[in-house]
Design a protein around this ligand. Sequence first.
Ligand code: MRU
Length: 354
Amino acid sequence: MHPTLQWIDQSAASNGLGLLRMIDQTLLPTEFREIDCETVEQVWEAIKMLRVRGAPAIGVAAAYGVVVGLLSSRESEASEFNRRLVEVTEYFATSRPTAVNLFWALDRMREVAASCGDADSESIWQRLLAEAKAIELEDREMCAAIGRHGAELLQDGTGVLTHCNAGGLATAGDGTALSVIFAAAAQGKQLQVYADETRPLLQGARLTAWELQQRDIPVTVICDNMAGWVMKERRVQAIVTGADRIAANGDAANKIGTYSVALLARAHGIPFYVAAPSSTFDMSLATGEDIPIEERKPEEITHGFGKQTAPEGVNTYNPAFDVAPADHIAAIVTERGLISPVTSENVRKVLSPS
Ligand code: MRU
């Protein structure tokens, strides 16, 4: 698959310095276009407006965003370079609050800079670029490992429901939930995927359906409010979603609507799986209660994709995420293996085995 985002080195970049290139996901599926981000404001805007989205991809974008933000400080005094580093990382932290991968990547970038001692700014910048590339590479490897561990959960002939987009577009690799599906399909299993369209921004209909079509995996788009009936009709035998932040007890925040899907799955006796890398866990939060939930602007509900669909001035409430309770999750698929049953103890065992 075409890379969701990639660093363009000095020699190939139009600005002669280096830039971050990414697929503009707001245009899919009708237009495939890449955008080049040469300023920190452009990367911030791309994250905020969901041109790049999905927890792992947001982390990778923010890491490269730090590199972009320090391009013009490479010849500065160390104190000025460090001042700018703080400014840029604090700025990215204001872009989107829920996906912890963003903060995890920013922390890694700050730690790398701090470990450089009294190196000159150019050397620190080179170390930051190397760290961003490492974050990207590790993400690709984590996706592949999630696929390997998760494929065993899906039998031949399974109908699988997924919500939002947790595919290649949401990561630097093959995705998390979709990586499980891709890996099972690669083993020769015939799968039928049901993609919730995922109101209000339609990541399921626009992005998941597009990705699955690209890979020749049968996909059927349904409106979000059809998920319960699809389960009742026994069209799906498993549900797999991604996550944006998972608390220490396994409560998992994901795109709004995931909570309902988890409850519906329990009501119908269908296993609900979450696929996510270790970078999506926030062990500082005991439960999902404290996960910050992003609230987005009313127009996403009232004027979706340019068409007014609600009366002028009507009240709206637009939380972008919700939290699936740990006891509703049959297993969390990580790059280190499966967490099941989902308890604080098992989360700890898989994430920090020593
Ligand atoms: O608002 P988005 O599109 O960034 O939300 C994305 C999701 O909720 C994904 O399911 C999640 O980030 C996992 S991506 C591997």
